[in-house]
Design a protein around this ligand. Structure first.
Ligand code: RP5
Length: 167
């Protein structure tokens, strides 16, 4: 792939078991017509893959990295330590501690190596996708318009009646 054809967004995750969460980031990118690539990059099981991915991501032409992981979730922070690209971290809900371990692992970065940390689980993945779109939309007016339209449709879909009679 050349710099021109490399997708602007890379979605990475620590395990295939993270995909049911991370697909919500992918889904919003599909909806808004933003190309991405998705791959499994584990901080603990495939550390060399992590290094290779993170050290080459900017030169390859990626613009934003969305990184999801659960438990001892070092992936977003390690990737952030190896690239200047913005890294959006998604704490995947873990079985043992309901994602609190993931959240704290991702959020509590030392000053100087930022990871933009989202909410635990599906909402966090969806918002990571939307935030990535917002970042790209700064320099893409057509995408900015699609994002504005998406947000207006979301607003219009919220009825006033809690029982839903106005929908
Ligand atoms: C992390 O460990 C992954 O991000 C995943 O959330 C968690 C469990 O992985 P599996 O044992 O399901 O592969 O590295």
């Amino acid at each position: 792939m050349t710099r021109e054809t490399i997708p602007p967004i890379a979605i990475i995750m620590g395990s295939t078991s993270d995909w049911p969460t991370m697909e919500h980031a992918a889904s919003i990118l599909d909806t808004l017509g933003v190309p991405y690539e998705a791959s499994v990059v584990s901080a603990h099981r495939t550390p060399e893959r992590l290094f290779e991915f993170a050290k080459t991501a900017a030169d390859k032409g990626h613009k934003v990295i969305i990184a999801g992981a659960g438990g001892a979730a070092h992936l977003p922070g390690m990737v952030a330590s190896l690239t200047r690209l913005p890294v959006l971290g998604v704490p995947v809900q873990s079985a043992a501690l309901s994602g609190m371990d993931s959240l704290l692992s991702i959020a509590q970065m030392p000053g100087g190596v930022p990871v933009g940390t989202l909410a635990i689980g599906k909402a966090g993945a969806k918002n990571a996708g939307l935030l990535a779109v917002s970042i790209l939309a700064l320099e893409d007016s057509a995408l900015a318009e699609r994002l504005e339209t998406w947000r207006a449709e979301q607003t219009a879909s919220v009825g006033l009646d809690p029982l839903g009679s106005d929908k």
